[in-house]
Design a protein around this ligand. Sequence first.
Ligand code: XMP
Length: 310
Amino acid sequence: MDCNRFVEEQIAQIKQIVGDAKAINALSGGVDSSLVTVIGHRALGHQLRTVFIDNALMREGEPQRVVEVFALLGITVELVDSRKEFLSALAHLTDPEEKRQAITDTFYSKVFGRLVKEFGAKFLLHGTILTDIEETVAGIKRQHNILAQLGIDPQAAYGYSVIEPLKTLRKDGVREVCKFLELPAEISQRIPFPGPALATRIVGEVTPQRLETVRTATSIVEDELADSGAFQYLAVLLNDYATGIRRNRREFGQIIVVRCIESIDARTATVTELPWDKLNRISQRITQIDGVNRCLYDLTPKPPATVEYV
Ligand code: XMP
């Protein structure tokens, strides 16, 4: 791919579409929304407002770290605290699609709708990539950032138009452009993390306490596997319980699944053959989390499984 040409074309197109209007984009810190943020700021400067929406579903310290990394690049990111809104929209929901829908609705209609109005933005810059579109159209999964392909007219539904500068790229292409732009490895090499965040890794209801459990497990898995070179690694909280023993007492505890995969573009994936020692260490650390007495390693490739559990 000719990265220089790609970037120049996208900058020109964004400038042409937006003109002297205002645009907004939500940065999650993931490689896709990070690249959109950088290209968007090159195209629009102060006409673009970038927000990080804290939806209560992020990893440990993530909101603050993302703001810091972009400050070093000279880009101001506003942290918007919407934790309560997302948690109340998710309360009592257990169906995967209903959970995704609740997050989408809260994001686009409530939180974003309000920010767009406040700023007077006419355009929303989005980090949709080709794989998101293909999987949504194929009915595999309703990706959180897909609208037009589902027949939703964002202008009519939410009052703004969407610009998707990355929609011809897959994950490997996005990383290539990030490297070309010399973005820090923390951005270009960042493992994929889904828009609906930790909600995709909690089977059953998303509650503050269950989020805390999966967040702690995620920190352990990310710490242990940071040098694995794998495409993606994650922790999932199941909705089942199993008998175990703690401090010589019977305990009906929670179950964490560790997933670690190799992939090029997340359309298909194989399971990483992690060393036994590593798996053992992860299991020991995970079962020290309050209320968790089992740790499983997922041996399923994609397909038939997907990467995330929700
Ligand atoms: P699945 O679970 O669909 O995941 O096999 C494929 C890749 O996409 C990520 N993923 C998402 N990314 N919004 C995103 O931006 C989403 O709604 C979403 N769902 C899954 C997932 O982490 C994996 O890398």
